[in-house]
Write a protein that binds this ligand. Structure first.
Ligand code: ADP
Length: 311
């Protein structure tokens, strides 16, 4: 089947026997990943057809006002739904591909713009604050002469320094004094790496909450507890996950955070503090293995059920 789209309207040339099942493309480079596999089997269980496609194997051609997609030289069918799960290095490419599929008439998730916001810690923090979601106080400092003032506004040291494109806790540091903060900022500045400085929230001893929001509903949650001697609770940093009961304020914060960033499926990370929940991050492609194990919820099934009704 071949399709083309002009001015955002897809033209689908009907195959001889139309297939009643929905066609889903899962754009991911990790075909064998737990989350990818989970979404594919949930889609198939719900009676749909799901194909994992490596985004780097799709060619998009825009010519003569037409938008065309090719996989290994063959025209690609227009799917009903495209689910994008891209690693941080492919955020821009992924967002562009999702926009192109959307322009051709497919439903896409995440929304391309929401993916860009979620993947940029500073934009996300701004969007959350704009929506009225509480976050740890943060500063983006370009003029290092102004650093002491900015740190004072955050409540002083210690502070957390985050690379804007960090994931799995890899670019997150704890700095206890000005000299360290200054030299970290100087090094990253010289490497042209964007950095966010955040107040350190010690109240939960490094534990944080991960809440999966799907279609405006809370689907699952877990608390992540860091390894001894570690302030980061990421499972990739040796943290462990347990089932979590959320307070009303935490539920509201999670739903608002997903809405603020514009994600229909989101993994919202927050710290429990004396001032209530403080949202740190909203993940556009939350991993499913840890949360399914900790919560006992079929998160993949819930995501597919929300995105597409069963056949
Ligand atoms: P990444 O996106 O790389 O996982 P996060 O912002 O989620 O980075 O931070 C990683 C971990 O570091 C969090 O899960 C949390 O345990 C800890 N952490 C992050 N920010 C703060 C903070 N402001 N105060 C205290 N702990 C924090």
């Amino acid at each position: 089947m071949y399709f083309a789209a002009r001015a955002g309207v897809a033209i689908r040339i009907a195959s001889p026997q139309p297939d009643p099942r929905m066609l889903i493309y899962l754009l991911s480079r990790g075909r064998s990943l737990y989350s990818t596999q989970g979404l594919v089997s949930a889609a198939e269980k719900a009676g749909h057809e799901a194909e994992v496609i490596d985004p780097l194997t799709i060619n998009v051609v825009i010519a003569e006002g037409l938008l065309e997609f090719y996989l290994y030289g063959e025209p690609l069918d227009l799917p009903d739904l495209v689910i994008g799960r891209f690693s941080p290095v492919f955020t821009q490419l992924g967002s562009a591909l999702l926009s192109q599929f959307a322009a051709a008439g497919a439903r896409v998730t995440p929304a391309p713009q929401a993916l860009l916001v979620a993947r940029d810690k500073w934009r996300a923090q701004t969007a959350l604050t704009d929506y009225g979601v509480a976050t740890p106080a943060a500063a983006m400092v370009h003029d290092l002469d102004g650093l002491p003032f900015a740190i004072d506004r955050l409540g002083g040291h210690p502070v957390i320094i985050k690379l804007l494109e960090s994931t799995q806790g890899a670019g997150v540091m704890l700095s206890r004094e000005m000299q360290t903060t200054l030299s970290v900022l100087q090094s990253f500045g010289s490497l042209h790496q964007g950095v966010l400085i955040q107040e350190y929230v010690p109240d939960s001893g490094g534990a944080d909450l991960r809440v999966i929001v799907c279609g405006g509903e809370i689907v699952a949650s877990m608390e992540r507890i860091p390894a001894v001697g570690e302030f980061r609770s990421n499972l990739h940093r040796g943290g462990r996950a347990v089932r979590a009961e959320l307070t009303a304020a935490e539920r509201t914060a999670a739903l608002d955070a997903a809405a603020a960033v514009g994600l229909d499926v989101a993994g919202v990370d927050m710290l429990r503090s004396r001032r209530g929940p403080l949202v740190m991050e909203v993940n556009a492609s939350p991993g499913l293995e840890g949360i399914e194990a900790a919560s006992g919820v079929d998160v993949a099934g819930a995501i597919i059920a929300q995105l597409l009704p069963a056949q």
